[in-house]
Write a protein that binds this ligand. Structure first.
Ligand code: NAD
Length: 439
């Protein structure tokens, strides 16, 4: 099949590459010329495990192309995916200007039947708006389909190639058949393609992300209780996670969720709810708690230094909002850096993939280090903000030699408490007892 993918970011590039991998002819279009030039010359623009290999192979075999021209991209493609940004507007609702702008252009361009598929995360009712925007100028028949994407950055290729489920919102039998054929190679193991109406599909995506954000936040509140009551959140997590109704995943407490999706999607669902005359109380609480959770370690760090961080040098491991990505959107580490700098501390940071992205936002206000141990040189303490695998079993002797204070503030609960106690660290984590004393 011939497919156009509009928007070549995290979702668009993975979508385009994975559809090429199953033998389709894919052309990806983006307004960012620099990005298109790089991709056309075989340079991948995002870090996503496993993606580069597929990207290079499919490009070499002539199934994956890039352009800045929407007209060229959609000319021969029967199927058009929209993988465009839907950032929060000033009032928190999803800004549809990218989607509706492209829909408007498509109406003028298309000359034969097309299936236009919305892969971006969009509020309920967007399919109708996209339909109206295309219909304004279109002279041919078309269908609008809602096909929300559930991939997770860091494991996006696996998620796309072997999805738990594919959700497709359409009432058109013709579009249904096209979508069924397109996704057949991805559901060979029996995972379902779930067909529904457009509105239900749109809400499914928001409901999924909001539920997961709530699950994390619930555990962060349990962690708060553990700290106050002397319980250990790791034990509680294992205790409840073994109940099949609850499940083991998304129960890890930490310094809050970030990323390009959870924060904006929870906010957008709250906004849509308000517009539908419903006060979504749980989600308001989730947003409020998560904001505070990002700075959960700060008062503990301040207390360690008798409330004075001026002149302190803080080593920070991890900048990406989660491991295995270079995405820093809404990353808790950035909130932490901002707070530390305001307190008069300096920050020496290391992240395996996200440093270039942070450099473009923070410039020279922090020091970027070549390796995780370089960040520790002359540093007073270490903070861990992202659970990259390489941080999990570090050389503790080296940490001890390099740090001025043998103190680690761990926002991701990477280390065993007993081990930290035996090694004589001052060790603060989330929802577990503090090891050592700062006197
Ligand atoms: P992104 O910002 O990484 O990529 C969007 C791309 O669209 C950019 O390359 C941008 O240059 C391009 N673009 C903007 N306007 C354009 C136009 N008029 N024509 C062509 N290209 C244009 O965004 P993303 O993370 O890929 O997210 C896209 C959508 O998918 C969002 O709605 C997001 O909520 C949703 N989503 C994201 C993820 C994720 O993990 N990133 C997962 C599921 C769903």
């Amino acid at each position: 099949m011939k497919i156009a993918v509009v928007g070549t970011g995290y979702v668009g590039l993975v979508t385009g590459t994975c559809f090429a991998e199953t033998g389709n002819n894919v052309i990806c279009v983006d307004i960012d010329k620099n990005k298109v030039d790089k991709l056309s010359s075989g340079q991948i623009t995002i870090y996503e495990p496993g993606l580069e290999k597929l990207f290079l192979r499919n490009q070499k075999e002539g199934r994956l192309h890039f352009t800045t021209s929407l007209a060229d991209a959609v000319k021969d493609a029967k199927i058009i995916f929209l993988a465009l940004p839907t950032p929060p507007g000033e009032d928190g609702s999803a800004d549809l200007k990218y989607i509706l702008g492209v829909a408007d252009d498509l109406g003028k361009i298309i000359k034969e039947y097309k299936v236009i598929i919305d892969k971006s995360t969009v509020p309920v009712g967007t399919a109708e708006k996209v339909h109206a925007a295309v219909a304004k100028n279109a002279t041919v028949a078309f269908d609008i389909v809602s096909n929300p994407e559930f991939l997770r950055e860091g494991v996006a290729v696996d998620d796309f190639m072997k999805p738990d489920r594919v959700v497709i919102g359409t009432t058109s039998e013709k579009a249904k058949k096209v979508m069924n054929d397109l996704y057949a190679p991805f559901v060979r193991q029996g995972n379902p393609i779930i067909f529904m109406d457009e509105k239900s599909a749109e809400l499914t995506k928001y409901a999924a992300n909001s539920f997961l954000a709530t699950k994390i936040t619930f555990m962060n509140e349990i962690a708060q209780l553990c700290e106050r009551m002397g319980a250990d959140v790791d034990m509680v997590r294992k205790g409840i996670g073994s109940d099949e109704r609850i499940g083991k995943r998304f129960l890890f407490p930490g310094i809050g969720y970030g990323g390009s999706c959870f924060p904006k999607d929870v906010q957008a669902l709250v906004k849509s709810s308000t517009e539908a005359d419903y006060d979504f109380k749980i989600l308001n609480a989730v947003m409020d708690i998560n904001e505070k959770q990002k700075l959960h370690l700060l008062p503990k760090i301040k207390a360690y230094f008798n409330n004075d961080l001026k002149g302190k040098k803080i080593a920070l491991w991890g900048l990406a909002f989660k491991p295995n990505t270079d995405d820093i959107r809404e990353a808790p580490a950035l909130y932490m850096i901002d707070a530390l700098l305001k307190e008069g501390a300096s920050v020496a940071a290391y992240d395996p993939e996200a440093m270039n992205n942070v450099r473009t936002v923070l410039g020279t206000s922090i020091t970027f280090c070549e390796g995780q141990y370089d960040a520790l040189k002359d540093a007073d303490i270490l903070i861990i903000a992202t659970e990259w695998s390489e941080f999990r079993t570090p050389d503790f002797d080296r940490i001890t030699k390099l740090l001025k204070h043998k103190a680690i503030f761990d926002g991701r609960n990477l280390f065993d408490l007993k081990h930290m106690e035996e090694m004589g660290f001052y060790y603060v984590s989330v929802g577990r007892k503090t090891i050592g004393s700062n006197n």
